[in-house]
Design a protein around this ligand. Structure first.
Ligand SMILES: [Zn+2]
Length: 260
């Protein structure tokens, strides 16, 4: 077994043991005995468009003019933010099945609502779902959140649209994480994204990430995919950062106050 594999196994074993030892509470509100209580789970709803918000958030520093149809299921605040952060950090691996199920449901909903372009005779699939690139730390620890979401979303889209939908983890970061760079540096091409595998010709692509804020990662991913000849038709993120002002408004959907 290689050194990297040993590290991965040790981290995975540590996470599993943690799940066995620690009592389970809702990652959204800290109460109850489920990974995510029904009220906190309701923070993730039917997919809605959020690309206008990314432009608002990005405008303070730069304007990437994302201009790409982007869907999300939740405002990245409150319970939804707590849950996504806990899953991403590796602290709560038990959230994986819950949040990927949210993505599958969203995919099914989108698949039923959207009409995919007519597949050409030579195309092997109707749609390719491509996760945004994960940094090397996440790859080593196997916390491939975007890849897990992409696979789950693809399953839902295939079901909802009755179509052939593939997930393909083909993007990698060039020169480290974009998260440590300022937004302006990101647009100059630092932390850019590259495509590491050949893509099936003529198949439209949907980019998937865990959270969208300014859209910089989706923008860089889109640029790399288009350069590789892939027609990018949209993006999906589990949650989207609300613009300033809206973040202060409590996110209350239908239903009674939180109980677990
Ligand atoms: Zn809760």
């Amino acid at each position: 077994m290689s050194g990297a594999s040993l590290v991965r196994s040790a981290v995975a074993l540590g996470s599993d043991l943690l799940g066995l030892v620690l009592p389970l509470t809702c990652a959204g509100c800290g109460r109850g005995e489920r990974s995510l209580c029904r009220t906190c789970l309701a923070a993730f709803g039917a997919p809605y468009r959020c690309e206008e918000d990314t432009v608002v958030l990005a405008a303070q520093d730069y304007a990437p003019a994302l201009g790409l149809a982007t869907w999300t299921t939740a405002s990245y605040a409150g319970a939804a933010r707590h849950a996504v952060l806990a899953w991403k950090s590796g602290a709560r691996p038990d959230l994986g099945p819950v949040l990927t199920a949210v993505a599958t449901r969203a995919g099914q909903d989108l698949g039923a609502r959207l009409s995919l372009p007519q597949r050409s005779a030579s195309a092997p699939a109707d749609l390719l779902v491509v996760p945004a690139p994960s940094g090397w730390r996440r790859r080593v620890s196997r916390r491939l959140v975007a890849a897990d979401l992409a696979a789950a979303l693809a399953r839902g889209l295939a079901r909802g649209a009755g179509a052939e939908v593939w997930a393909a983890d083909v993007l990698r970061r060039r020169g480290g994480s974009t998260h440590r760079l300022g937004a302006a540096a990101r647009t100059r091409g630092h932390g850019a994204v590259r495509v590491v595998s050949a893509l099936p010709a003529g198949v439209p692509v949907l980019i998937v990430d865990d959270v969208v804020t300014t859209g910089a990662t989706i923008h860089a991913s889109r640029r790399a995919l288009v350069a590789a000849g892939a027609p990018v038709v949209g993006a999906f993120a589990l949650a989207a950062t609300p613009p300033p002002g809206r973040a202060a408004i409590p996110v209350l959907r239908d239903g009674p106050p939180p109980t677990c």
